[in-house]
Every structure is written in structure tokens, then in C-alpha cells.
Design a protein around this ligand. Structure first.
Ligand code: HEM
Length: 182
């Protein structure tokens, strides 16, 4: 997984939970670099999972809530970090509908070794969108958090539904989005 996700994560933990929790989390994990990440590096995806699990334990929260909250935060950081990649859209559905054929395509140009999920979407109407997430990494909670961060970014009210089609593995998940205000 790309270093940008790791650096944003460690900074998020420091700022939200404090340096002590961040250090506690890092020292409880078996990390190749002892938690020293650079945004241009590439690291084992299992390391961020280990840290998320530890953060859940330390903060006494469900792992899926911890991952979703991080995804929500990550969305704002990605948009700020790669403004060119998202400049073509002016609402949340416009962004969501172009993750697979534009946004992540640009990400792959920047990082040819990126491990990206696959998405397919279908507009049911101007305010209803269905999205299918597929990834062997099973990070549907992260996808959900990113989607919620996206709706907040565009200041839209969207009711998000989710159905796991992979027996709870989070590897194949159908999201439904119904916009109620923008
Ligand atoms: C709501 C919009 C988005 C969703 C739902 C989404 C979803 C995801 C998910 C779930 C992953 C984790 C990998 C996996 O599941 O296999 C991922 C990775 C990534 N995404 Fe997106 N994404 C969104 C928007 C963006 C944007 C706007 C950018 C940057 C402009 C971006 C850049 C990346 C990068 C750099 C990675 C890491 C790839 C790696 O570690 O190798 N994403 N995305």
C-alpha cells in the first residue's frame, strides 16, 4: 500500500488520539520500519491493518468504525493532495462515478505499483447511484468512510446503504446512495 495512506494515518492518529496513543499503537505492532513511513514509499498492506486493529483496542471501538472514521478523514487529505485528479467534478456523484475510469487511473499513472480496488456504478436517477466495490484486500469499510467523506466535502446529504456480497469479507460490497439534499 502506498506510503501516502500510511503517513496520513499516523498523522491522523497523532492529531486525533494524541502522540501517546500513536506510540502505544506502533509499539504494539510488528512493523518493518517501526512506524517510520514516507509518502513516496510502498509498504505491506498488513501493517496498516495491524495498526487499525491496535487503535481499535486502545480506543475501545469497533474495528469497522475505526476504519470508516479514518476513511472519512483520508478523503479530505487525498483531495487536498491531488487537486488535479478531482478538478473535473462538481458534486459527490460526479466524483464517485469517475473513481474507476479517471481518479484511480490517474493514481496508477503516478504509482504504477498501486493496489487499487475496482468499482462499477449505475445511475438509477440523478439522485440515486449504485456502486459495486471489489478488492481482494477487503477494505469496504475504508471505501464507506471515503464515500462519507466525499458527501461531507460537497456538503450533500446522502443516505448510504451497504450490502456485503462476500459473506462479510468486505471484498465485494454493493453500495446504494440516495441524495436527499445538495
Ligand atoms: C469516494 C471516493 C473514493 C473511494 C470510495 C476510494 C476507495 C479506495 C479504497 C477502498 C482503497 C483501498 C485499496 C483497496 O480497497 O483495494 C483506495 C486506495 C487508494 N486510493 Fe482511492 N478512493 C476514492 C477516491 C480517491 C481519490 C480522490 C484519490 C486521489 C486523488 C484516491 C487515491 C487512492 C490511493 C493513492 C490509494 C492507495 C493505493 C495503494 O495503496 O496502492 N482515491 N481507494
Amino acid at each position: 500500500m502506498k506510503g501516502i495512506v500510511f503517513t496520513v494515518f499516523v498523522e491522523y492518529v497523532e492529531d486525533t488520539f494524541g502522540d501517546v496513543v500513536a506510540e502505544q499503537m506502533i509499539s504494539a505492532c510488528d512493523l518493518a520500519t517501526d512506524g517510520a513511513y514516507t509518502s513516496v514509499g510502498t509498504y505491506d498492506h498488513g501493517e496498516i491493518i495491524q495498526m487499525l486493529v491496535e487503535l481499535g483496542k486502545i480506543s475501545d471501538r469497533d474495528l469497522s468504525d475505526v476504519v470508516k472514521d479514518f476513511g472519512y478523514h483520508l478523503f479530505g487529505k487525498l483531495v487536498a493532495g491531488y487537486p488535479d485528479v478531482v478538478q473535473h467534478v462538481d458534486d459527490s456523484f460526479g466524483l464517485v462515478a469517475t473513481i474507476d475510469n479517471h481518479i484511480h487511473v490517474e493514481v496508477r499513472k503516478l504509482y504504477p505499483d498501486a493496489d487499487l480496488p475496482s468499482f462499477s456504478h449505475e445511475f438509477i436517477g440523478p439522485d440515486e447511484l449504485h456502486l459495486l466495490y471489489e478488492s481482494e484486500r477487503g477494505m469496504a469499510d475504508l471505501a464507506e468512510g471515503l464515500l462519507l467523506g466525499c458527501f461531507a466535502h460537497f456538503r450533500e446529504d446522502v443516505v448510504l446503504g451497504r450490502e456485503d456480497l462476500s459473506e462479510g469479507a468486505g471484498m465485494r460490497v454493493a453500495f446504494t446512495m440516495r441524495r436527499t439534499a445538495r
